[in-house]
Design a protein around this ligand. Structure first.
Ligand SMILES: Cc1ncc(C[n+]2csc(CCOP(=O)(O)OP(=O)(O)O)c2C)c(N)n1
Ligand SMILES: [Mg+2]
Length: 549
């Protein structure tokens, strides 16, 4: 059967399990849009390519399948770049499909023409151009395979518009399955030997193809052997935080006691993750290339093993395969019961908040949410000091409920909540955002309104880019520049979008406002005006200024 390139493409996405695609339309890929007209894949049209790409990235995190994003030539593609970058840093499967100038015009810097392979070369896992409609099945299969295999990540496919418009008689590809490596028996023997002599072990869980089952397997092993387990930055939902073995998150503004614990551990078992700058606190808690701690590093991609750290035991394995083998390893008689109990006690102590200045106390609000939110509620965010409260005082019990950019990108949260509500319409999708972060991602509030997705946005308004102000006060005291914000009326803005909006003037008003937001059945924005003095849970602006003298 003869089909257009656009239809061949959509058929391949469909048979590879895509059920949602995010786009910002462009004339460069009309045949794809036209093919989607008849496809069961639901197309969600966003308001900014940043939002479309972030939503697709969030979809990848939520489902483990490649998030599909469609954007137009140069301006569209470059605006989508942030989502590709997040997918790279976060190891999320994603496919960005970009319209390209017709083949005959290539190389002249035609209108909006850019070289995608070059532009995305450094941030995508792979980026290349499709040259004929006939070979689209092959290219899409390769894109899916690359996005899913080894360390998952983003792939960019450039699609010249005449390739999409031409017809070809080709058979569909087969659905892609990525093959996954499993640990070898002697890998686990070596791990067993190291654990047999360890006194202060610490398990660290991180990204790279995690699943709910993986978390349960890892926790079963940890609990059987009483091993403490910490999560890497924004991987807090990887294991049930209620476990007596859970020791907290190695994130930005991590608990000092956990930082010391990682530094003082004599054996680190890293299951997934790259042991990046954030969880290792700028590579100081675990020093490359050969850390003081014994290191067992498990990662699906052999290229990551030895890239920064020389592990004592490097295990190239998919995380689910490793976790199930770990579970089968059985219990190891622990010599570290006190160490684990102390780690847990530190975590629990860190969940307690200090009273906050001003009428709105974020610690109190988080304590309420810990009790109020169902286990399957999905939390999203962007970047800013507000996330320090959101992460420190949250408790996750189920995988796939923390959908946050490990890349630390602002502007992610609203689009991610949109994706969450599309994938799981029956769950609460809660976006934590700041006054700076929200303005960057607010166009997708219009998407939420248009597609009737009742997300809830908690907007922490401190009238500044507090994160940067905090660093500024520390490093350049008294020379505040570029970090104060004169904001719109956020409640009026929410209402103008057609969303529910309410300003929460006092902590005790939060509960009612939250229930009203949920009951509204609409996307909702709750503005939390906070005292700028409390610039971070442990940091007061006045103290920073006083210290500077
Ligand atoms: C895309 C992007 N641009 C800039 C930054 C640098 N940055 C990190 S946090 C932050 C401030 C965020 O402000 P806001 O949302 O108001 O949160 P607050 O820190 O005030 O709580 C900035 C500018 C970033 N992480 N990502
Ligand atoms: Mg702010």
């Amino acid at each position: 059967m003869t089909r257009s390139g656009g239809r061949i493409l959509v058929d391949q996405l469909e048979l590879n399990g895509a059920d949602l695609a995010f786009c910002l339309p462009g004339e460069s890929f009309l045949p794809v849009l036209d093919a989607l007209y008849d496809s069961p894949i639901r197309l969600v049209s966003c308001r900014h390519e940043q939002g479309a790409a972030n939503a697709a990235e969030a979809y990848g995190k939520l489902t483990g399948r490649p998030g599909i994003c469609l954007v137009t030539r140069g301006p569209g593609a470059t605006q989508a770049a942030v989502g590709v970058h997040t997918a790279k840093q976060d190891s999320t499967p994603m496919i960005l499909l970009v319209g390209q100038v017709p083949r005959a015009l290539r190389g002249r810097e035609a209108w909006q023409e850019i070289d995608y392979a070059q532009t995305f070369g450094g941030i995508a896992k792979a980026a290349w151009e499709v040259d004929s409609a006939e070979r689209i099945p092959e290219h899409v299969a390769r894109a899916c395979f690359l996005a899913l295999s080894g360390r998952p990540g983003p792939v960019v496919l450039s699609l010249p518009e005449d390739v999409l418009a031409e017809t070809a008689d080709v058979t569909d590809g087969a659905p892609v399955t990525a093959e996954h490596a499993a640990p070898r028996p002697h890998d686990l023997e070596r791990l067993g030997e190291l654990l047999a002599t360890a006194e202060r072990p610490l398990v660290v869980v991180g990204e790279g193809g995690w699943t709910g089952e993986t978390g349960r397997d890892v926790l079963a092993f940890c609990e059987a052997s009483d091993l403490p387990v910490a999560s890497a930055f924004r991987c807090q939902d990887f294991v049930d935080n209620r476990s007596p073995c859970y020791a907290g998150v190695l994130g930005v503004a991590m608990d000092e006691r956990l930082a010391v614990r990682l530094r003082d551990a004599d054996l680190v078992l890293a299951i997934g993750g790259r042991l990046g700058e954030v969880p290792t606190r700028r590579y100081t808690l675990l020093e490359p290339p050969r850390p003081r701690q014994k290191l067992v590093h498990v990662h699906p991609d052999p290229h990551e093993l030895g890239f920064v750290y020389e592990a004592d035991v490097a295990i190239a394995s998919s995380l689910p395969e490793f976790a199930s083998a770990l579970r089968d390893l059985g219990a190891i008689a622990p010599r570290w019961r006190e160490w684990t109990a102390a780690a847990r006690a530190d975590y629990e102590a860190n969940l307690q908040h200090q009273p906050m200045e001003g009428p709105v106390d974020l610690g109190e609000i988080m304590a309420f949410l810990r009790k109020r939110l169902p286990a399957d509620a999905i939390q999203t965010c962007g970047a800013g000091n507000f996330t320090v409260w959101a992460h420190r005082f949250a408790e996750f019990t189920q995988y796939g409920t923390q959908v946050c950019p490990r890349s630390g990108s602002m502007g992610y949260g609203v689009a991610a909540a949109v994706a969450a509500k599309l994938v799981h319409p029956d769950r609460i999708a809660l976006c934590f955002t700041g006054d700076g972060d929200f303005v960057m991602s607010s166009p997708e509030l219009a998407t939420a309104v248009q597609y009737e997705l009742p997300i809830v946005v908690l907007l922490v308004n401190n009238g500044m880019y507090a994160t940067i102000r905090m660093h500024q006060e520390r490093q350049y005291p008294g020379r505040v520049i570029g970090t104060d914000l004169r904001n719109p009326d956020f409640v009026a803005l929410a209402e103008a979008y057609g969303a529910f909006g309410e300003r929460v003037a006092r902590t005790e008003d939060f509960e009612g406002a939250f229930e009203r937001a949920l009951a509204s059945g609409r996307p909702a924005v709750l503005e939390l005006p906070v005292d700028p003095e409390r610039i971070s849970p442990r940091v007061k602006l006045g103290d920073l200024q006083a210290r500077a003298g």
